[in-house]
Write a protein that binds this ligand. Structure first.
Ligand SMILES: [Zn+2]
Length: 206
């Protein structure tokens, strides 16, 4: 017999594998260090997210934490990332989003302190469906205030800088969310290198 529960089960494992692969790639690319940053994906009303304080190199699909999107009810023994509220806020706001990536990648995070848009300098942002990346208000890590700010900022965008904190990028696949987070970091790095030279006025020091 095929039921909706069966179809969910058949898709959970591949997606959990994608989350683990993504987390390891983020670490390998220097977009996250140690146990910082987090990755999640949604399947049929449930979110699977990287657990708190587990090094990505040791992470396995069975270690991911499962949570119901609507209720926040936990579906597994693993303790979710402390930024679970941020991920849930995005999923509750955006029915099209299937994956959320949060990093503290260095150049983009540094740019988040400037409170000015990260404008496209190369095709990397537009290639990934991103316009100028705005900065939204931050808040203490793990708080509902931070989650609400990010959820509001991503109502119509696919990436945002969180003031004094980092990057949140979304997509309809884990792959795309990771690519967007990487593109934001790449363009931020270029912006810093050019900041005093040939950039548009928006990137020059005031
Ligand atoms: Zn963070």
């Amino acid at each position: 017999m095929t039921s909706s529960a069966d179809s969910v089960a058949s898709t959970v494992d591949p997606v959990r594998g994608q989350i683990v692969d993504a987390a390891r790639r983020l670490a390998a690319q220097g977009l996250v260090i140690g146990t910082t940053g987090n990755v999640s994906a949604r399947i049929a009303g449930r979110v699977w997210i990287t657990p708190t304080r587990t090094p990505y190199a040791a992470l396995r699909p069975d270690d991911l934490a499962g949570v119901e999107v609507a209720s926040g009810r936990r579906l597994s023994a693993a303790t979710p990332s402390m930024e679970l509220p941020l991920h849930l806020a995005v999923y509750r706001t955006r029915s099209d989003v299937r994956a959320v990536v949060h990093t503290h990648s260095p150049h983009a995070t540094a740019w988040s302190f400037l409170d000015r848009p990260l404008a496209p300098t190369t095709e990397d942002l537009t290639y990934h469906g991103l316009g100028p990346v705005e900065t939204c208000a931050g808040g203490p890590p793990g708080t509902q205030a931070l989650a609400t700010s990010v959820g509001r900022a991503l109502r119509s965008e696919h990436a945002v800088l969180v003031a004094g904190h980092g990057v949140v990028a979304v997509g309809d696949t884990v792959e795309l969310a990771v690519a967007r987070a990487a593109a934001v970091e790449h363009v931020a790095q270029i912006a810093w290198l050019l900041r005093h030279e040939a950039l548009p006025a928006v990137h020059r020091q005031r």
